[in-house]
Design a binder for this molecule. Structure first.
Ligand SMILES: NC(=O)c1ccc[n+]([C@@H]2O[C@H](COP(=O)([O-])OP(=O)(O)OC[C@H]3O[C@@H](n4cnc5c(N)ncnc54)[C@H](O)[C@@H]3O)[C@@H](O)[C@H]2O)c1
Length: 376
């Protein structure tokens, strides 16, 4: 039998603890050490998990312990240093919470160091494991819906997030991040996943401060893709809603329309694909069935789009997707069932490149070409 994979975690806050649970409960992995600046936090954790060694300095942890994989779960702006340090210590596999970094310069520095060290970095983007996003991707890939024309994707948090989610630390946390880094990172990665191999070519964004102290509390952007299609994306963390998150997307194709609601602030989650032509529905249903999805057919004779395929969460169970170490660990152990949902270093850098362009366009109040400003 192979030795278990030895893990260490840097950043034992909300996400670090979820990753720890995954590692501790997996038969082929062991958690050897954890690190956090907050001594109290890790002492409490290690008291109930006595085989795990606590550290407040990741440099010491990396040089003292035998570590196969490091999980970096520090706040958004603090991923670079532990990653560079892990690479320097010879660790070859790193799992990093999204986003890779909050600016392109850091992302490129990380990429250069990882390539020189011949190391692998995987990013945690859980929307790729949502069954409905996977179903939309399968339909796009099959081309049965005809050309993709345009769409919109909304990913919002409630006001609870920048004000109370991290307790007393919330304001400081929010000031160092923004819905652009925290939520658009998911949106951008999810759209690159669904519409692969298309890439965002240029964009125009508009953002607004609304009082949390972050650079931006609300942002909309128009993404123009290299096939000419356009997607409007919107995010905020100011919504006065009961639930934490609200996410929905609408996509218009030549032969069909898609509506996807993935959280239940305004009703249960579902994916619906509407058609005028029953033959196109039959082709789409065959694609979904071949990928293991269950879709119900609905007929509404008096409406414009008479035929629909409806996918419900209870009939399309998700593999466990949160935290993302769940399926990245399976991947590292040789199970490549969800390989398309794995985000590698290049995917992490591309996502940051688009976020950087969104920030640049918002600051300049001008459209920008991804990768360089139009003024350049
Ligand atoms: N909270 C969520 O819902 C959520 C969801 C998905 C992804 N993420 C991502 O996960 C990451 C972590 O988020 P979180 O909510 O767990 O944050 P958190 O603030 O709860 O935890 C971060 C921890 O990192 C520690 N830390 C900071 N600098 C450190 C350093 N130099 N050395 C060691 N420890 C250090 C902090 O003390 C803190 O305990 C972020 O990038 C975030 O975007 C969070």
């Amino acid at each position: 039998m192979c030795d278990p994979i030895s893990f260490a975690i840097v950043g034992m806050g909300m996400l670090g603890k979820s990753h720890a649970e995954v590692i501790l409960n997996h038969p082929s992995s062991q958690l050897v050490a954890v690190c956090d600046l907050d001594r109290h936090q890790i002492d409490m954790f290690c008291r109930t998990n006595s085989s795990v060694h606590p550290y407040t300095d990741y440099r010491t942890m990396f040089t003292t312990e035998k570590i196969d994989v490091v999980i970096v779960a520090t706040p958004d702006a603090y991923h670079k240093d532990p990653i560079l340090q892990a690479l320097e210590s010879g660790i070859k596999t790193i799992i990093c919470e999204k986003p890779l970094s909050t600016n392109l310069k850091d992302a490129e520095e990380i990429a250069k160091a990882a390539k020189e060290a011949n190391a692998s970095i995987y990013l945690c983007f859980m929307l790729r494991m949502s069954p409905f996003n996977r179903a939309i991707r399968a339909l796009v890939k099959s081309q049965v819906l005809g050309s993709f024309l345009h769409g919109e994707f909304v990913n919002d948090d409630s006001y609870f997030v920048p004000t109370e989610y991290w307790g007393d630390r919330s304001k400081e946390w929010a000031m160092k991040s923004s819905p652009i880094h925290f939520l658009f990172s998911h949106t951008v990665d999810c759209l690159r996943y669904i519409f692969n191999p298309r890439e965002v070519e240029k964009l125009y964004s508009l953002g607004k401060q609304e009082g949390t102290g972050s650079e931006c509390d609300y942002c909309e952007a128009l993404l123009v893709w290299d096939d000419g299609s356009v997607i409007r994306i919107k995010t905020e963390w100011m919504r006065k809603i009961r639930t934490l998150v609200e996410t929905y997307s609408v996509f218009t194709f030549e032969k069909a329309g898609i509506i996807h609601r993935s959280t239940d602030a305004a009703g249960p989650s579902f994916l619906r694909i509407d058609f005028n032509d029953k033959n196109v529905l039959d082709e789409a249903e065959a694609v979904l069935q071949s990928e293991g999805f269950t879709a119900r057919t609905e007929i509404a004779p008096k409406t414009f789009a008479k035929y629909s395929l409806v996918l419900l969460p209870e009939e399309n169970r998700a593999p466990k997707s949160f935290p993302s170490s769940t399926y990245i660990l399976d991947y590292l152990l040789g199970d490549h069932t969800h390989e398309e949902s794995i985000v590698d270093l290049d995917g992490g850098v591309e996502q940051v490149r688009i976020i950087e362009a969104i920030l640049q366009s918002m600051r300049l109040d001008k459209p920008v070409v991804v990768g360089h400003c139009l003024d350049d």
